[in-house]
Design a protein around this ligand. Structure first.
Ligand code: MG
Length: 231
């Protein structure tokens, strides 16, 4: 397939670059099953492009924690494709706590009839294939803290949108936050300052990042918060 690039990352003029996501990928992302509102998805795409621009003279390395059926993967993957970077997309594909039988976000369509267990891997894979992103998106199937423990490549961007229980969110934060290099971006989804709007753990890890003194607010759209590492 043809790689769509607007410029080598080092040639990107940050002030002028508007980062327009290819319309066919916007359409596909919007049609894909998932929990990412359109405007937050575009903000995520923009953050991925900015991370690549900040990476400057080398391909950006991005990590997505929690992929479900690939909706956010298309937004971030489009940024990887457009900038010549690579996106690693990590998920055990068994669904988070809140997606299991009897919970709010349960979806019968992603249950494997042979086992009765959730399995979103085939759906995710189909999404990436349809998007033409197989060249720049690498799926990792497994447990986030385990992968983080053995991961050594500094990240230009990390998007945290895995399990929203306290245990899962804090494990993702503790495992991946240290792996984002100085100047890199950390995005957290489902950050709701008002408890009436949603669960606390993503908001708590966002606050914890700010309290570390190593991060500053970079962008904010809906419940998406993007932070930049300053030291
Ligand atoms: Mg989310």
């Amino acid at each position: 397939m043809t790689r769509r690039t607007w410029a080598a990352a080092g040639e990107v003029d940050l002030a002028k670059q508007r980062f327009v996501m290819p319309p066919d990928l916007v359409r596909l992302a919007r049609e894909t099953k998932g929990f990412m509102p359109d405007d937050e998805g575009i903000a995520l795409y923009r953050a991925g492009c900015m991370a690549a621009a900040i990476a400057n003279d080398r391909p950006a390395v991005m990590m997505e924690i929690g992929a479900w059926c690939g909706k956010s993967t298309v937004y971030l993957g489009a940024a990887a494709m457009g900038t010549g970077g690579v996106l690693f997309s990590l998920d055990h594909h068994r669904g988070s706590e809140e997606q299991q039988h009897g919970w709010d976000h349960f979806d019968e369509e992603v249950v494997d009839p042979a086992t009765g267990r959730i399995d979103t891997l085939s759906c995710w894979r189909r999404t990436i294939e349809l998007a033409g992103l197989e060249n720049c998106v690498v799926g990792i199937v497994g447990d986030s803290p385990t992968v983080a423990r053995y991961w050594t490549t500094p990240l230009d961007m990390c998007f945290v949108d895995g399990g929203h229980s306290a245990n899962a969110a804090w494990a993702d934060f503790k495992g991946w936050e240290p792996l984002v290099r100085t100047g890199g971006l950390l995005a957290v989804h489902d950050v709701f300052p008002d408890p009436q709007d949603g669960g606390r753990p993503p908001y708590e890890i966002y606050c914890a990042a700010i309290e570390l003194g190593s991060w500053e607010d970079y962008d904010m759209v809906g419940s998406l918060r993007v932070l930049k590492r300053i030291n």
